[in-house]
Design a protein around this ligand. Structure first.
Ligand code: 1GP
Length: 224
């Protein structure tokens, strides 16, 4: 996982054809995340899981609600939303998950993500009642993720809009051990390269549903 640089994120609430899914799984991306905010159901998650499993690409469930958790993924990412104003999204939903699933949890498959949501228009921003952080806030969250919480991942989440590469660069200087993941608005090879210059891993999601051909090219753009 330390060597991963590119991940596609598929939304279980959206349709993708078998042909497109094959192209995604065979694209050379390092992994596929199954995750979304609205209308994530167990049926939707299981459908994508079984279809992705026809291919060898590693498959990750990014947990958005307890009801849609299922065995069978290679990894489970559990977000902690650092800039949420509600303790719920940093502590309480995870607490509930432990109470429900502790005997089933295999910690070598589970990675906690320090999420910092940076797009006010994103569904996840509203859903988790975030406050928009300024630059100093973001740098401090990154520092806390690594030093205070020892999180393996710090995720700069611009979901739906292309972020600020200068801020991603500054955040990269705060992190030594924790992986810096960037996601949001990557639609072109050029944008993929620009963010990959500073982030360890880039995540490409929505453009698979809006401009498939360009989205697929983001893999080769950073892997050469
Ligand atoms: C969403 O960070 C991912 O959780 C990717 O964002 O959908 O905007 O590509 P996009």
């Amino acid at each position: 996982m330390k060597e991963w640089t590119h991940i596609f994120k598929l939304d279980p609430a959206k349709e993708i054809s078998d042909e497109a899914l094959e192209a995604v799984c065979e694209s050379g991306t390092d992994a596929i995340i199954v995750g979304g905010t609205d209308d994530v159901t167990l049926d939707g998650v299981l459908d994508l899981l079984s279809r992705i499993r026809r291919y060898t690409v590693p498959c990750i469930l990014e947990i958005s609600n307890i009801e849609s958790v299922t065995p069978g993924f290679d990894y489970y990412f559990i977000p902690m939303v650092m800039n949420s104003q509600d303790k719920k999204w940093m502590m309480d939903v995870q607490h509930e998950a432990i109470k429900a699933y502790k005997p089933l949890m295999e910690w070598e498959e589970i990675l906690m993500e320090g999420y910092c949501v940076l797009n006010e228009e994103a569904k996840v921003f509203q859903h988790t009642n975030c406050r928009l952080p300024d630059e100093d806030d973001v740098l401090a969250y990154a520092y806390m993720a690594e030093r205070m919480f020892k999180l393996p991942i710090f995720y700069m989440e611009y979901s739906g809009t292309y972020g600020d590469p200068a801020l991603v660069e500054r955040v990269s200087y705060e992190l030594d051990e924790t992986l810096l993941v960037y996601g949001g608005g990557i639609e072109t090879a050029e944008q993929a390269r620009e963010m990959k210059a500073f982030a360890d891993v880039i995540v490409v999601g929505n453009s698979l549903y809006t401009n498939f051909k360009e989205a697929i090219k983001t893999v080769a753009a950073i892997k050469g």
